[in-house]
Each structure stands twice: as C-alpha cells, then as structure tokens.
Design a protein around this ligand. Structure first.
Ligand code: FAD
Length: 486
C-alpha cells in the first residue's frame, strides 16, 4: 500500500476502537470526533495529505525497494548525501504545517523505526527470529504507513540510583510469562504522546543501561503491538485543547498532542512482534549501535529549526504591530533568536557534512553536532518563550475572545485594542497566537516537552561526556606542556 492520505489515516484510527480513557470515561465513539483529539487528528491528516501534493510527492515519498510503491520519505534509509538532504527537506515540509509544534508527528517514530529496522542484525544476539521480526516490522509499517506511538520509560516512582522495585504489585511493566503464543507483559509504562491517535505502539527499553544482575531481565524487552490489543489501555491527562476556536486557541485547537500513561494488563505480545525478551546485553547495545541517536536527533533538530523560525516570525510581527523595533534591547533579544536558528542550522549542516556510512549500510549524520544540539535547544527554547513575553507585555493579556469580537463590544475593542498596524481584532488575533505559544497550558507543555521529550538533559549530558572523543585535545595540551620555554 502506498503512503496514506489524511482520510485513510482517520478511518484507520477510528476503526481501531482502542481502549482510551478520558476524564474517567472510556471513549466509545469515533476518536476523530472526540473534543480532546479531533484537532490534532485533523492536523495530522493534513500531513498525510501533503504526501500526495503533486508539487511535493517526489520530496515527501520515495519508491520502495521492496514493493515499488511510493512510501513516506521518513522511512527512507539514506545511502548518500542527497538522501540525507531529502530527509531534511521532507521533515521540514511537514514541520511547516504544524509550525513545528507537533513533536510526535509520524516522521519521528518512522525515523526511529528505520534505524531499528536497518540494524536488526543487532537482535541476532537475542535470536534470529527476533532480528527477522524487527526487519519485517519495519517493512510492514513503512509499506502500510502506520502511525506509531512509543513508550521508552518506566513510571516515576523512585529514581534513586539503586532503586529496584519491590512493590507487592507490579508497577513498571515487565515480562511476567512466556508461552506458545508470545510473551506476557504486565504493568505500566510512560509516556506515550499521541497514544490515542496512532495505529500501533512500540515499546522499547528505557535508554538506561540495565545492570547485569539477575532479576533485571524481565525489564529487557522490546516489541510492537496494535493499539487495540486486548489488555492494553491508554489513560490520558486533561486535554489542553479546550474546544475553543482557532481564533481563541490558535495552536492548542490544532496541535494538542495528548500524552498518555500506558497500562498492560497481562497483554500477550505475539512472538512475531517480539524484538527483545530477556537479553540484557542486546537491550544495552540497542540505542548506541543502531544509528538511533544520529537519525532521530537529525529529525528533531531539522523540525526545531522550523519551529524557531516560526517563533522568530511571530516575534517580528509583534514588534511591528506595536512599533518597538527602534529599541536596542529588542534588537538584542531578536539577535539571540537569530543566533539560535543559525546555530541549529550549523549543527545540522555539520552533521550532514561529516556523515558516514554506518555498519548497517545507512548513511548517517555525525551524531556529535546533533547531540550537542539536543543539549542546546532545551536551554534556548524556554528563553525564546520568555522573549515573547518580554516583547508582548500587557498585550498578552489584553486578549478578548472571538465571542467578544462577535458581540456589541466589537467597535470599542477594535478602537481601544488597535495597534500601529491593525484594528483591534487583528492585533488580538496575533497576540492570542503569542499567548498560546508562551503562556497557555499548550505553550507551557511545549516548554516541558522541549526540556524532556528526548530524555533527561542531565543524563543526556553524561551520554555526550562519555561519547565525545577528546583524547587528542589532551594530547595537544600534553605536547604544549612538554615544549621548552623559549
Ligand atoms: C511533554 C512530554 C512528552 C513526552 N513524550 C514521550 C513519549 O512520547 N514517549 C516516551 O517514551 N517518553 C516521553 N516523554 C518522557 C521523557 O522521555 C522523560 O520525561 C525523560 O526521559 C525524563 O524522564 P522522567 O520524566 O521520568 O524524569 P525523571 O527521570 O523522573 O527525572 C526527574 C528529575 O530527577 C533527576 N534525575 C532522575 N534520575 C537521575 C539520575 N540518574 N541522574 C541525575 N538526575 C536524575 C532528573 O534530572 C530530573 O530533574 C515525554 C515527556 C514529556 C515531558
């Protein structure tokens, strides 16, 4: 099946009837019509439609080497510089449609799966079947253009370094049984963003290395199952799409990706969907050896350039509206954002320029600049949100709703809330967008998302510390110290 369009995506998600709970009730009707999900599903459908746009089809898709069908570019294992560039441009086309606000647009997991699928040989150390399962699953997903959610972490019960769960009842999901049908999983996992708006869930080991002691193997697992698998349940948080219009909540009404807690109630994972079951060494090698870091960080940073460009455009428009472009501190703040964008672009180009074929025959960007970028962006994004607040000031709370502009108040609102450029309604339309980016529940979650979605920045810093080769710099210092003073 070639790349799907929006309608096909919606119909498939509706037919799933996955077990999703919202505010104490199980969702029974069509998920695409539920107030908490319909906005993001509609936006995501537009991404799928873009794959078929006559001007973009060559960029957004490629001809599958197994079926000849045109399938999504985010599944493409790059073989050279052109492929990497194509991936970047396709990721950025999709990001433009969501202003970069959909962190879990399908290209994120498609990219992750491409790395696991192409490096499936790693899993031969678990078993030949597991390696085959991974390879076949990658092909199945890409040829059917499935949308995936994922959970990589365990519930936040106790993060002390020597904590081992000793609760009488299982909390963190673990393998509790193996039988002829598959492995049986029981317990909970966090945190599946888009849990309710995707076809299947991939459950992979947490990035943390499991110690090689007995008793930890039940946590060494990886598998994928449809979201409507018996025993699987998604529990949601409150939605930040409050059912308001696109005037009132321009971002939240379109791009609110729900975060879900995933519960496995003795879920049987069929053997052909099991990728790891019990092998701690394979579990511990998976992320570092698969190319996961190179390619997922490439997707993330490409997307975040678009997100930051959108914020810059927003800031400039606010500056023009209230005519504060003459002030030097404004120039300084905007230059901070420009530096951010140029630095991020630099990280991408550097990673592409230094790309190499990895051991699985996949042309992979240099992970160092991209890992540096994933350290950098969580620090600058909250500052950019702060800059929007510092530019907007009271304009960010002088924001009556669409209903006010439809009432008899309109003439007064247009008069008193006008800007140097626009009548009140248009100024408020812009400042509501700024509010949704920097103050609303939606905007605050975006900040938390950028801080944590790829893992704890503190532990990621340790990863960079451990991986970045600085031996030759130390040697240079040693050489210098040995030189005779002259
Ligand atoms: C909006 C959002 C969306 C997300 N979406 C997804 C998703 O789709 N799929 C998914 O799998 N995950 C998702 N995540 C989860 C994300 O991967 C985690 O938030 C991240 O890995 C950090 O883990 P944690 O939240 O459990 O924080 P914790 O590990 O509980 O950390 C809490 C605090 O303790 C500190 N800490 C804990 N352990 C250590 C340690 N060993 N050393 C030093 N400091 C430590 C941390 O630095 C932090 O300050 C999402 C998170 C957010 C916020």
């Amino acid at each position: 099946m070639p790349a799907v369009n929006g309608q096909q995506y919606i119909e498939r998600i509706d037919q799933l009837k996955a077990n999703i709970w919202y505010e104490g009730k199980k969702i029974t009707g069509k998920i695409s019509e539920h107030p908490a999900f319909k906005g993001v599903i509609k936006s995501q459908a537009k991404l799928y439609d873009l794959q078929h746009h006559p001007d973009l089809i060559d960029l957004m898709t490629w001809k599958s080497d197994t079926t000849g069908n045109r399938i999504g570019t985010s599944y493409l294992p790059p073989r050279n510089h052109e492929d990497l560039e194509k991936r970047r441009l396709a990721i950025q086309e999709w990001a433009k449609l969501s202003c970069g606000m959909l962190g879990r647009s399908p290209d994120y997991m498609n990219t992750a799966l491409m790395t696991f699928g192409t490096s499936a040989k790693i899993l031969e150390d678990q078993s030949m079947e597991c390696a085959q399962n991974m390879k076949k699953y990658y092909e199945y997903v890409r040829e059917n253009d499935l949308a995936l959610t994922h959970t990589f972490i365990q519930p936040q019960v106790n993060r002390a370094s020597f904590y081992i769960e000793e609760s009488p009842e299982i909390i963190a999901a673990q393998i509790v049984d193996e039988n002829d049908d598959g492995i049986v999983i029981h317990g909970a996992r966090l945190l599946a963003t888009q849990g309710g708006t995707t076809d299947e869930i991939i459950v992979f080991p947490s990035g943390a290395q499991l110690p090689q002691i007995s008793g930890t193997a039940p946590y060494a697992y990886a598998f994928a199952i449809p979201n409507n698998t018996p025993g699987l349940k998604f529990m949601t948080r409150e939605s930040f799409d409050y059912g308001k219009s696109t005037f009132d909540h321009p971002l939240g009404s379109r791009f609110e990706e729900m975060d879900t807690i995933v519960v496995f109630d003795r879920v049987t994972v069929p053997w052909d969907r099991v990728f790891i079951h019990g092998s701690v060494p394979v579990n511990n090698r998976l992320y570092n050896d698969s190319g996961f870091f190179s390619h997922t960080t490439h997707q993330i940073i490409c997307k975040n350039v678009i997100k930051t460009e959108f914020l810059l455009g927003l800031m400039q428009k606010m500056i023009d509206e209230i005519n504060v472009g003459e002030y030097q501190h404004i120039h300084e703040k905007i230059s901070e954002v420009i530096v951010g964008i140029e630095a991020m672009k630099g990280f991408i180009y550097s990673s592409e320029k230094q790309a190499k074929m990895n051991q699985w025959g996949v042309f992979s960007p240099d992970p160092n600049p991209l890992l540096a970028a994933t350290q950098y962006y969580p620090k600058i994004y909250p500052r950019f949100v702060e800059i929007i607040q510092l530019i907007g000031a009271s304009g960010l709370v002088s924001i009556p709703t669409e209903a006010d502009f439809k009432s008899e108040l309109k003439p007064e609102l247009d008069l008193y809330l006008q800007s140097s450029q626009s009548k009140g309604e248009d100024k408020v339309r812009l400042f509501r967008l700024a509010w949704d980016a920097c103050m609303s529940a939606f905007g605050s979650r975006q900040v938390l998302y950028e801080r944590f979605f790829f893992g704890d920045p503190v532990r990621l810093a340790t990863n960079l510390y451990n991986k970045y080769n600085r031996k030759h710099f130390v040697e240079r210092v040693n050489d210098f110290l040995q030189k005779d003073p002259d």
